[in-house]
Design a protein around this ligand. Sequence first.
Ligand code: SF4
Length: 352
Amino acid sequence: MMREQNTRVNLKNLSLAELESFVLSLGEKPFRAEQLARWLYVRRARTFGEMTDLAKKFRQKLEESAWISFLENLEVKVSPDRTRKYRFLLADGETIESVLLPEKDHFTLCLSTQAGCALGCKFCLTGSRGLARNLSSAEIIDQVIGVQATLSPEEKLTNLVLMGMGEPLNNFQNVMRALEIIRSPRGLQFSHRRVTLSTAGIIPEMEELCSRRHFVKLAISLNASTHGQRSQLMPINRKYPLKDLLAACRRIPLAHREKITFEYVLIRGVNDSEEDAHRLAQLLQGIQAKVNLLPFNEHPQSPFKRPDDDALQKFRAVLMAHRFTTMVRLSKGADIMAACGQLGGKYPELGG
Ligand code: SF4
């Protein structure tokens, strides 16, 4: 089965332009590509047999030259706060996780872009496992389709964050192709305002992403107030230093109310002092920024501790005094290891 699939094209790995070229290569008219996209992304067909408005001959050609992927859902864990963690099996036996976060009247889905991660951030369980491989665009798209298939009609998935396992900008081409499908009216139809890509700060790709205006919203995983502190916590800072990263953020053309989100994992005694908060406020001066503070989620594999509430509130107050919108993101799903920085922890087969 696998070998046969490898010689055929997985249609969900094609951009919409590539899908059209593929259809043309089969001797069909361009509008057939639109029909096919609708079957794949709107009606979510799993077989060509379901595509009843396509001519039988065309469907036969598709059977011979293409296939439609979907992810096997191995497990869904539900936390008392209603967070759901999905574990999906990939065709080569790797597993990835996607986390569905309940909000007031909608859901946000946190997607993985790599199996594991090479960046080794010290507070992150995924990073401690190393990188197994990049995900294909189909594997990114199929997380959305796989999770949506489990929702009831009242449960609305409206927001996506590329913040799960992996550094999205280290898998740039596949992530861009997946985002095109995710956003397109001929694809999964998510508004660009409701899709956020979070990066540890891969500057060249970040600039490339932001040159495509209104593409998606940007979040930066910052986590430190000095160069030395950030290099300790996030080795990538040695390659793309804090000051260069912030200079690049200042160059991003933003609309009037548009903001870059800066995520800051607060770790007791490491980066949670009031001095850190003041330094952070100085670093962000002149950037249309908002800050998400994430108290560290303690887990057995890490010596780091969660900050106490007093430190958290003082840190927040300093940023607010500098007029930065500052949210404290309380860890959803921490009891099922679905919270930020905890993905991949239960599955040692993820490499590293
Ligand atoms: S925090 Fe993100 S970039 Fe850093 S190791 Fe974890 S998954 Fe990779």
